[in-house]
Design a protein around this ligand. Structure first.
Ligand code: FES
Length: 141
């Protein structure tokens, strides 16, 4: 007896407590989205519906919606590579890369704002290069 299993692929982008986007692709290549998200995010996701994955246009702005949809598209296409390996980005203040990343997605687009919101980079300054790397990675221009 042959085992024929159908494997759907599930991709996710999330801003905890605010937005959760899921894209599922079934074995026939059919795409479906599920989202608990803002109107702006839902509008972008709707624009991707009925298009082939390779035809999706990457959102160009830096709103939370655009950043999250960009992440989701990169994950679907296999081009998502989070640039920070160490889970704790700021060792002096014990601030995780995830916390700083979420601050950026939420709108902290400068080192000053990240310092204010997370307390990262407020001691030795040794984490500044990694924070800048994360800003460059997340922001489209
Ligand atoms: S490692 Fe972030 S301030 Fe020292």
């Amino acid at each position: 007896m042959m085992d024929i299993s159908v494997v759907n692929k599930l991709y996710r982008a999330e801003l905890p407590g605010r937005e959760l986007l899921e894209c599922e692709i079934n074995s026939k290549g059919e795409v479906s989205f599920k989202a608990v998200a803002s109107k702006d995010t839902l509008k972008i996701l709707r624009s991707l519906k009925n298009q082939a994955v390779q035809d999706w246009s990457m959102p160009q702005g830096n709103s939370s919606s655009e950043i999250l949809v960009r992440e989701l598209i990169q994950k679907v296409r296999g081009t998502w590579f989070f640039p920070i390996e160490d889970p704790e980005l700021c060792h002096c203040r014990k601030v995780s890369a995830t916390k700083i990343d979420q601050a950026i997605v939420s709108g902290a687009h400068t080192i000053e704002k990240i310092r204010r919101i997370t307390s990262a980079n407020t001691a030795c300054g040794g984490c500044q290069d990694d924070i800048e790397k994360l800003l460059k990675f997340r922001l489209s221009c």
